[in-house]
Design a protein. Structure first.
Length: 248
C-alpha cells in the first residue's frame, strides 16, 4: 500500500522568514508566523555536550559571531553567541536551542519540518538528541515531518520515533529513490527544485509520496512546480509566496 503523505503546507517557511530575519532563529520563526505561514522548516545539530540547537552549517562563521564547529562548542558557549549574521538590525539575536523553538511553535500552533543536519560522524547522536526533544514536547495534533539527507539519521528516527512521519532529502532524484523511501518508511521526498522534471514528479506522486522542493523564492517557479504535482515548496520569502499561493 502507498504511504500516507503529510501535506504540511503548500508554502513552508525555510529556516523561518530567512530572507528578512536571521535564519534558524526565533525571530525568523516569529516573522514567518506573522506573515501567515502555518508551517516552518528548521535545521538541527548538536553541541559538544549533546544539546540540540537550530543551525545549518557545520561551522559557526556564516551565521554567528562564533568560530569553529558547532559540535566543538558547549551548549553554554553556543548560548552566548550572536546569531544575527548579516541582519544587523537583529543584533543580539541568540542562537536558539531546539527546545526553545519547539516551545514557540507549539504555542503558535505551527507545523514543523525538522531537518536533522548532523556534522559527519555525528549522525546517530544528532538524531537521538533531536528525537528526544520531539518525543518530550511535540503534540500529536500538530503536523510534523522529520527529514534529513542522512539515511543513518533517518534510521535512528525510524527506530526511536516510528510514528513520526519522515522525509528523505536529496538534490536530484536517485535511481533507487523508491527502494530507499520504502526501507526508511518515509512518507515524503524533498529535493532541489531545479533538478525535478515532470516524469520524476509524476512517478513520485503516483507512488503515493508527498513531494516538496527547495528553495523556491520566485512565484513563477512555485506555480510551475505546483502545476507538476508538487505538494509544496520551501521558501526564504514566505510573505511573497503566501500573497500569491494558498497555504493549504
Amino acid at each position: 500500500m502507498a504511504p500516507s503523505s503529510n501535506n504540511l503546507s503548500r508554502v513552508v517557511a525555510h529556516r523561518g522568514a530567512s530572507a528578512d530575519a536571521p535564519e534558524n532563529t526565533l525571530s525568523a520563526l516569529n516573522l514567518a508566523i506573522e506573515y501567515g505561514a502555518n508551517c516552518v522548516e528548521v535545521d538541527a545539530m548538536i553541541s559538544k555536550d549533546g544539546v540540540a540547537f537550530l543551525h545549518h552549517d557545520d561551522g559557526l562563521e556564516r551565521c554567528t559571531n562564533g568560530r569553529g564547529y558547532v559540535c566543538a562548542a558547549s551548549a553554554s558557549e553556543l548560548d552566548a553567541l550572536d546569531a544575527s549574521g548579516k541582519h544587523t538590525q537583529f543584533a543580539g539575536e541568540p542562537l536558539p536551542r531546539l527546545s526553545a523553538a519547539l516551545d514557540l511553535l507549539i504555542e503558535k500552533k505551527t507545523g514543523l519540518n525538522l531537518e536533522i543536519k548532523p556534522t559527519p560522524g555525528l549522525e546517530q547522536a544528532t538524531a537521538a538528541a533531536v528525537v528526544a526533544e520531539l518525543e518530550a514536547t511535540w503534540p500529536s495534533e500538530l503536523p510534523l515531518i522529520i527529514s534529513s539527507f542522512s539515511k543513518d539519521a533517518l534510521e535512528v528516527a525510524q527506530a526511536l520515533l516510528p510514528n513520526a512521519q519522515r522525509a528523505l532529502i536529496t538534490c536530484a532524484v536517485p535511481p533507487d529513490w523508491e527502494n530507499t523511501l520504502k526501507a526508511l518508511e518515509c512518507t515524503n521526498f524533498h529535493m532541489a527544485a531545479e533538478l525535478l522534471n515532470e516524469t520524476d514528479a509524476k512517478a513520485i506522486k503516483a507512488a503515493g509520496y508527498g513531494l516538496y522542493c527547495y528553495t523556491v523564492n520566485e512565484v513563477s517557479q512555485a506555480h510551475r512546480l505546483l502545476g507538476m504535482g508538487v505538494d509544496g515548496v520551501f521558501t526564504d520569502k514566505p510573505k511573497l509566496l503566501l500573497n500569491e499561493i494558498s497555504a493549504t
